[in-house]
Design a protein around this ligand. Structure first.
Ligand SMILES: Nc1ncnc2c1ncn2[C@@H]1O[C@H](COP(=O)(O)OP(=O)(O)O)[C@@H](O)[C@H]1O
Ligand SMILES: [Mg+2]
Length: 143
């Protein structure tokens, strides 16, 4: 299962994918990758914030953040729909919105994504999971 399979039936859909070493500094590289591809998207800031939270989760909660680990960012674009996904190398937990205390410093990432995005979800297993967020966007410049 991958975003490519979800988008394959539509020949007009666009799909980009890039893998990164599983290091904290690569979160910035992942953001730049998304920003370059979605230039002109009205919700770019929201998409970047969601991407960042998913990348940090891949690094913190899965084997992607272990030595030699990697993560992969996928972007699907079909008309006014953008799907951004981060594929990790799996771990013992499953992505879930948690009840964070008002003053808690963690437990806000997926809640933020669930607020910003039209929808979010994940697929996969302990070997590899892809967390996805869907946005309905418009294009403020021709792209
Ligand atoms: N890619 C992932 N793989 C496995 N578990 C995840 C992943 N992303 C999030 N989780 C789980 O979902 C929980 C909530 O994630 P999040 O809202 O980002 O809070 P935080 O990362 O601060 O714990 C995490 O604590 C973790 O248990
Ligand atoms: Mg998090």
């Amino acid at each position: 299962m991958s975003l490519a399979m979800l988008f394959a039936p539509d020949p007009a859909a666009l799909l980009w994918r890039r893998s990164f070493p599983g290091e904290t500094v690569q979160a910035a590289a992942a953001r730049r990758f998304v920003a370059a591809l979605l230039d002109g998207c009205d919700l770019l800031d929201d998409v970047l914030l969601a991407t960042d939270e998913m990348v940090v989760n891949a690094l913190r909660h899965t084997k992607s953040g272990s030595p030699g680990g990697t993560f992969t960012v996928e972007i699907g674009r079909r008309e006014a729909a953008i799907v951004v996904g981060v594929r990790d190398e799996g771990g013992p937990t499953e992505p879930a919105v948690v009840d964070a205390d008002e003053y808690a410093e963690s437990g806000r990432g997926l809640r933020t994504i669930s607020t910003l995005a039209t929808g979010w979800g994940w697929f996969g297993n302990e070997q590899a999971r892809t967390v996805t967020a869907v946005f309905g966007v418009s294009w403020v410049t021709a792209a």
